[in-house]
Design a protein around this ligand. Structure first.
Ligand SMILES: [Mn+2]
Length: 321
């Protein structure tokens, strides 16, 4: 538990200055987007000048919210940089050199250097921390802000079923529902309804499922050929990792996605005590104990073999403890 500053300190600092730029990690998820946009809306309500920057475009499923946020402002020279939900400078992609003054995050390990740093690994989502911060600042939480925050809580908690869900997660969800977050439509949108294209992608991924270590490890692959045949981009596969949890008995689930020739993105889910972040750290990546990722060189097949071997090693170690 590394709390370098209090949220009260950060709230005071934000009140005292005028120009902000909020950064969130590349290949963003709902928590990164929700945290950044909700904080930006709170700062706008405080009459501050705010911009939001990310190395990747906002994925399509979030456009229905971000389109309602409005346009960015001009970036001024004395802008103070804030990072949310981002564990390391490299996660900011082409903005990795930005001098961050306020860092708010919930990853176990955070290597961003910032004067005001608040890292709460016990928080299930960064959105929960942003919610507390906005409450301390005292600006009213609009229905759109509540939707942004609820999307963060709902997606990082995998719709309230990840190991990291705790009573604070549920309390935040309850309070956001009191602020008119559209809880039913968000759960439906991100966890129930699927497009026909999505169903085809999911079928392709589940078709590649392989079991290892007596069924305790599952690996799966999406290759460039799959993308071409299904006429999709890697963006269309966001959240696909959830599927590895659907097979009974699986403790560690792996998805390998080919990005370009000879380069793959891996995602690891852990449903046991083996840290997904530990497995990914051994492969040059990082993340949370329940979900983590890395990028690796090699063909999809080679990468899959390496990740499975690494997961087996960690699983064996934990079982002999
Ligand atoms: Mn997060």
């Amino acid at each position: 538990m590394e709390h370098y500053s209090t949220l009260e300190d950060i709230a005071d600092f934000l009140e005292d200055n005028d120009d902000y730029c909020i950064y969130y990690h590349k290949n963003p998820d709902g928590d990164a987007i929700g945290s950044a946009y909700a904080l930006a809306m709170a700062l706008r309500a405080m009459k501050k000048n705010v911009n939001i920057l990310c190395d990747s475009p906002v994925p399509a499923p979030y456009h229905y919210l971000t389109d309602r946020y409005g346009t960015d402002c001009e970036i001024r020279s004395r802008t103070i940089n804030i990072s949310v939900d981002s564990a390391a400078p490299a996660r900011l992609g082409r903005y990795s050199d930005a001098k961050i003054t306020v860092c708010i995050d919930h990853h176990n390990v955070n290597t961003i250097e910032a004067k005001y740093k608040y890292v709460a690994p016990e928080a299930c989502s960064c959105a929960e921390i942003i919610y507390e911060l906005i409450r301390i600042i005292g600006v009213p939480i609009s229905a759109l802000m509540a939707d942004f925050l609820y999307v963060g809580v709902c997606t990082d908690s995998m719709c309230f079923r990840s190991e990291t869900v705790n009573s604070d997660t549920l309390r935040t969800a309850y309070e956001l529902s009191m602020c008119h977050a559209d809880v039913v439509s968000i759960a439906r949108r991100f966890y129930v309804t699927r497009t026909e294209k999505r169903i085809k992608i999911e079928n392709r991924l589940t078709g590649s499922f392989k079991l290892h270590a007596g069924g305790k490890i599952l690996s799966s692959v999406l290759t460039n050929d799959d993308y071409n045949e299904l006429d999709i981009t890697p963006d269309d596969t966001e959240g696909i990792n959830d599927l590895v949890e659907t097979v009974e008995g699986v403790k560690i689930g792996i998805v390998v996605r080919e990005r370009t020739k000879g380069r793959c993105r891996i995602s690891v889910r852990s449903m046991c005590r083996v840290g997904a972040d530990k497995i990914c750290a051994a492969l040059g990546g990082g993340g949370h104990s329940n979900a983590a990722g890395a990028e690796m060189d090699g063909s999809a097949e080679e990468v899959q073999r390496t990740v499975v071997e690494t997961a087996e090693r960690f699983l064996n170690e934990s079982e002999t403890l």
